[in-house]
Design a protein around this ligand. Structure first.
Ligand code: PLP
Length: 396
């Protein structure tokens, strides 16, 4: 099929939620390089929205996927024991604050689980706490509950009245607003340690530490959404480690499966102990194939210290981007290999991303007119240098 044939089928039959897509269909990948149908090569600096942490055709991903498929067992359901699920849960507990893990299929589903866990924690104590406070410009997913937690009118407006009750948002990095929003009915505060979709905005260290203290003082649970910031991307396995702040519940997805859909809810024993049989579940969540791929990829990234690599490569890339001589670069923000370039309001990030695509570089955008860079963590200096030169040329 040609690209125009694919476009015609898509625009005739696919639900119009993604509108006109970037004019390319990638059919093959190797390392950080994607190839379209004509064999044109693109250097990927977006990794399928911060998902493909090991790039394309990585043996730790492809090998595990093929090997598991060869057993014939892709899925057995959670009625039975699932070996890679148990091993992946153990690996995540070994390397994070968490004592227990639940697997879902996406970031939104993981956040749903996190919110249910928080409510169940208080229900089990006979407490009426149920409210969840999140932040403006946050992004937590597209299900009804995660839309209600996503502080963005664009996502919420069509679905009012929002479900469930008790979800509200306050400005990010504003401790006074958060203090004013919590009360004796607040169960949890839900935050990204660095907002991704919202514009690549890190939490102020003093803010996040004060939020943790507020939670401790008021008996509120802290849920950190690390769906985008997790899995080595920001320079530590999970971003909150750099803040010296430990959540009670954390969610992970995107990079967790390196391209295979999987999400996870991680919790401390204090919270997890409130959960009993039947409180939550999933048919597909934690399935054999998803966990086999994620286990192999996570082992590889942990063994090869991808967190340090992301920190070093990210620092190098950030400096190079900051050195671009152009009045279009207002600010370069972010941590590790999740970076945002703030552009002026009259210079749309979307159009810039299209021009970079034509030059053979895949980049993303974030709200607030930000160019978002989230490459595979295996990216080389040469690939970063080539990208920075091309971007500098485009901005000159
Ligand atoms: C992408 C994202 C989600 C939603 O994940 P899906 O897999 O699309 O459901 C939730 N939270 C954050 C911070 C994200 O970046």
């Amino acid at each position: 099929m040609t690209l125009s044939e694919i476009k015609a089928l898509d625009s005739a039959h696919f639900l119009g939620v993604f509108g006109e897509r970037s004019p390319v269909c990638f059919v093959r990948g190797e390392g950080c390089t994607l190839y379209d149908q004509d064999g044109k090569a693109y250097t990927d600096l977006f990794a399928g929205i911060a998902v493909n942490a090991l790039g394309y055709h990585h043996p730790a991903v492809t090998g595990a996927l093929v090997a598991q498929a060869q057993t014939g067992v892709l899925h057995t359901s959670n009625l039975y024991y699932v070996a890679p699920q148990a091993e992946l849960a153990a690996l995540l507990c070994e390397h994070t604050f968490a004592d227990r893990v639940f697997f879902a299929n996406s970031g939104a589903e993981a956040n749903e689980g996190a919110m249910k866990l928080a409510r169940k924690y208080f229900y089990a104590q006979g407490s009426g706490r149920y409210k969840i406070v999140s932040a403006d410009h946050s992004f937590h997913g597209r299900t009804l509950a995660t839309v209600a937690a996503t502080g963005h009118d664009y996502y919420q407006a069509p679905y009012r009245p929002l479900l469930p009750a008790g979800l509200s948002q306050v400005p990010y990095n504003d401790l006074d607003a958060l203090r004013a929003a919590v009360d004796g009915e607040t169960a949890a505060i839900l935050l990204e340690p660095m907002q991704g979709e919202g514009g690549v905005t890190p939490a102020d260290p003093a803010y996040l530490r004060a939020v943790r203290r507020l939670c401790d003082e008021e008996g509120i649970l802290l849920i950190l959404d690390e769906v985008q910031t997790g899995v080595c991307r920001t320079g530590t396995l999970y971003c909150h480690e750099q803040y010296g702040v430990t959540p009670d519940i954390m969610t992970s997805a995107k990079g967790l499966g390196c391209g295979f859909p999987i999400g996870a809810v991680l919790a401390s024993e204090k919270v997890a102990s409130a959960i009993s049989v039947g409180d939550h579940g999933s048919t597909f969540g934690g399935n054999t194939l998803a966990c086999a791929v994620s286990l192999s990829a996570m082992r590889y990234m942990i063994e090869h210290d991808f967190a340090s690599a992301a920190r070093e490569k990210g620092a190098y890339l950030k400096r190079a981007l900051q050195a671009i001589q152009s009045d279009k670069v207002k600010e370069v923000r972010g941590m590790g290999l999740l970076l945002g370039i703030q552009l002026p309001s009259d210079f749309p990030a979307g159009a810039l991303a299209r021009r970079m695509l034509a030059r053979g570089f895949v980049v993303g955008t974030a709200s607030g007119n930000v160019l978002r860079i989230a490459p595979p963590l295996i990216i080389s200096r040469e690939e970063m240098d080539a990208f920075v030169s091309a971007l500098a040329a485009e901005l000159s």
